[in-house]
Design a protein around this ligand. Sequence first.
Ligand code: MSP
Length: 522
Amino acid sequence: MSDGSSFYVTTPIFYVNDVPHIGHAYTEVAADVLARWHRQAGDDTWFLTGTDEHGQKILRTATANGMTPKEWSDKLVAEAWQPLLNTIDISNDDFIRTTDDRHEINVQLFLQRLYDAGYIYTGEYEGYYCVGCEEYKQLTDLEEGTGQYEGQLVCKIHSKPVELLKERNYFFRMSDFTQPLLDLYAARPDFVQPESVRNEIVAFVRRGLTDLSISRQTFDWGIKVPWDESHVVYVWFDALLNYITAIGYGYDQAEFERRWPATHIVGKDIARFHAVIWPAMLMAAGLEVPKQVYGHGWLLVGGEKMSKSKLTGIAPEQITDTFGSDAFRYYFMRAISFGQDGSFSWEDLSARYQAELANGFGNLASRVIAMVTRYHDGTIPDAVPSTVTEAETAIRATEKRATAAADEAIERLAVHEAIAAIWQLVDELNGYITLQEPWVLAKDPANADRLATVLNTAVRGLGTLAVLLSPVVPEAAAKLWAALSGTGSVEEQPIRSAWEWKGEPRVEPLQALFPRIEVEAS
Ligand code: MSP
């Protein structure tokens, strides 16, 4: 927990063959909460996301839609992927597209360096390729197709037939890195997390790595291999490099050194690319490996990974149009233990919205502000020391404890635990108000000092909540902050000392943070 240290967080870059669903949005929100937290903690934070635009999958989709792959990518980025970031309030510092010049030029530079260093050779490969995964598959990754694909081998992830390819390609000597990778996992147990993903990766590498085919010759939608333009770079090799081409690799060494290494947030389906191929590539180039690869769980529908190809995709706007972006962010970060799979359900979302956001947090905020308005003319009183009791000391202690516990949980990327820690303050403040009954105190002028202490304590607690919850529910936190006349913007408030927040001693009207919603369960 070093204030002022560098924190560089990334999401996968998303394929533009289709529009986003809530699984993609889930990754974005998780990375965004981490980035916002670190920014608010004063760390030198950088948050990168973007799109993966080369390869056969995009080429085929574009062709099927009567467009060039670049036209198709431009359209999807402008109409779907960039707007997603607004829909769910993402605070990315940069957005990289693999068709950017800064990327294409420096992928070539990286490849040339590996070639010159002797890590690349020509070879022949024959194997089953899944265009959905953009990956050569082992037989264990395949199964017999059913229905229209009966009699064919299909990919277990996409349930679509694989293609038997035989090509003369360039190969990366990945097998050289079997031992260095095992040494890395042993020396840095948190390099790959969570534990379940780490165990899978270690077991995979222990079986020994084979060299990796890193070019394709049968189509041309990709970055040209610099010494042989009849080949394009394999799309994963191209895509992984986005994490360094975006921050100056090859053109801004100072920026690169300032940002790298990164914390990569990815779905567990692609952890292997990030925790095996990517560090091997970096080692070959003499660069530092990532700080961490975190493979989060899947959003499941009907017990299976939600996906467009299986027609189970839900668009993020379907949720945000009704519940708003804050509720979307809160729900997925709170309801699913980060690192595990989770099932989305409208019933669970509505129930948590009502109980936790509207009744738990929203009502607390509106009640406290209404009481300051009604009983104290909108002026926030100072606490009167002679009337301070254990109840107030306990609230102050919870503010500090929740702050420290949440920060420690964020450090471990346990976002759900961080929110749970903050929610203890929500619950305790609600209990405090019920017990202290300011509406009773307000009836008798003899209790004026005690009332001042209670209102002050409740307002202080709310302000601390606004600061702590800003990374998760930025819109609600900003509204609350404004109603509390907090100093500056809530996003600027140092999160590791949230309870020390400052403002003018006055409240302003607050609209309901989480208005009542009538939803039909679907
Ligand atoms: N383009 C590659 C990534 C290259 S990174 C160098 C890719 N793109 S993708 O569009 O298929 O996005 C995959 C990512 O989307 C997953 O790793 C995960 O972060 C997210 N998810 C897609 N479906 C998901 C669920 N059902 N549940 C949770 N996350 C999901 O792979």
